[in-house]
Ligand binder design. Structure first.
Ligand SMILES: Nc1ncnc2c1ncn2[C@@H]1O[C@H](COP(=O)(O)OP(=O)(O)O)[C@@H](O)[C@H]1O
Ligand SMILES: [Mg+2]
Length: 398
């Protein structure tokens, strides 16, 4: 009897498509990073003083998403650490995930082997303990703060300021910072002292072009897929699509992985161009869902007003029309409405997120207005708004 179960389980388990699907997940750091030789060399050169237990310059790394910043930084530090682990310690923190100054300091202390209670201590006290611990240690401490734009947008640059001052406070050069951001404009918002300290060295990660993406995908596909399941055509298509989308390797790998998953679900033995196209739709749907379902309440209402207006009028809407419908919705839910000015800002925000388009049009003596249109699938929006928000779900039901 148990043979039957084993048979079924093993037939389910055994993929015809993937040799090892996990190698396509975003967190995997590959052992080879083609087309990033320059950036790897620069980082190793800048970090090389640690061999003599001297503090390297701080480094500011920037480039668009999916250009390999996180992968290259982790790769370089890991490799260096394997070779010279007695002269430095490194701490990697993604500040989008670890998103408060308190958690960041607590994480750093814990990496250095200091236990931190959950509550009862101030951030200032944690910082003091951090300095104390660092000054007791012999090696250099390299701190990587990834996606620092997220941290600064939420909590300002105070913690960055402290960390760039840490060496003065300790009285010895021991702490080296690596700040990474996807948001190139972000550095202009930093305190000038933080900015100049953090960018003692700058390393830029340019987008990949289609050929480079194809190399990256081919290498990864060889490890992750069975040879018979993948074709040049599919690799080329994924690379071309991601190259159009600002040369994002994550997007290229996601497309390939999701296409493989769809092929598997459909019981195919090969990933086809059609699977890639389906993957595109699925990824876009997930992105929209994620963005819309995490919008603040009034932004959701404004978006819902746009959807409703569209259904009624079957043409693009003006800001004034959106506002009118929005106000009706707030009355139905029983909440106070925000000003028309604020709704206009929300419309711009939704435009920036790629959910709608809002084009300014000049109507002669009637002045300027905006033409508001939906940029993504309506059903996905409704599903994302109503599934996670009971108040609004009630509205839609009526
Ligand atoms: N040169 C490369 N070779 C192989 N894989 C790469 C390369 N650059 C990026 N990747 C992969 O693409 C994905 C996105 O890279 P990542 O380093 O997270 O980008 P960023 O941090 O710049 O947003 C990761 O899965 C990473 O492993
Ligand atoms: Mg990254």
């Amino acid at each position: 009897m148990s043979n039957i179960i084993d048979d079924i389980l093993s037939s389910l388990k055994k993929s015809k498509i993937f040799r090892n699907r996990e190698l396509l997940l975003p967190d995997y750091v590959p052992d080879e990073l083609p087309h990033r030789e320059d950036q790897i060399r620069r980082l190793v050169e800048i970090l090389s003083p640690i061999i003599r237990v001297e503090k390297p310059n701080n480094i500011f790394i920037y480039g668009l998403t999916g250009t390999g910043k996180t992968a290259v930084t982790k790769f370089v530090l890991k490799k260096l650490y394997e070779k010279i682990n007695n002269s430095f310690i490194y701490i990697y923190i993604n500040t989008r995930q670890t998103d408060t100054p308190y958690r960041i300091l607590a994480d750093m202390l814990e990496t250095l082997g200091v236990r931190v209670p959950f509550t009862g201590i101030s951030t200032a006290e944690l910082y003091k303990r951090f300095l104390k611990k660092v000054s007791e240690l012999k090696p250099i401490i390299v701190i990587v703060l990834d996606e620092i734009d997220a941290l600064v947008k939420k909590h300002g640059d105070d913690i960055l300021y402290r960390l760039t001052r840490a060496n003065y406070d300790i009285g010895k050069s021991k702490v080296s910072l690596i700040g990474i951001t996807n948001d190139v404009k972000f550095i202009e918002f930093l305190d000038p002292r933080v900015k100049s300290s953090l960018s003692e060295e700058e390393v830029v990660f340019p987008p990949y072009n289609a050929e480079e993406l194809e190399d990256i995908l081919r290498k990864r596909a060889q490890l992750a897929f069975y040879e018979s399941a993948i074709s040049d055509e599919v690799l080329k298509l994924c690379s071309a699509l991601a190259a159009r989308d600002h040369g994002d390797a994550r997007r290229a790998l996601d497309l390939l992985r999701v296409a493989g998953e769809i092929a598997e679900r459909e019981g195919s033995e090969k990933v086809s161009v059609e699977h890639v196209n389906k993957a595109r739709v699925e990824i876009e749907r997930d992105r929209v869902f994620e963005v819309v379902s995490t919008l603040p309440f009034h932004s959701k209402l404004v978006l819902l007003a746009i959807v409703i207006g569209f259904r009624e009028k079957k043409r693009s809407l003006t800001t004034g029309e959106v506002y009118e419908i929005y106000v009706k919705l707030t009355k139905k839910v029983g909440v106070e409405s925000v000003t028309q000015r604020r709704v206009s800002d929300i419309i711009n925000e939704l435009d920036m997120l790629g959910i709608i388009t809002a084009k300014v049009v000049n109507r002669g003596r009637y002045g300027k207005t905006k033409e508001v249109n939906l940029a993504v699938n309506e059903d996905t929006i409704i599903k994302a708004i109503t599934e996670k928000d009971n108040k609004i779900a009630g509205l839609w039901g009526r």
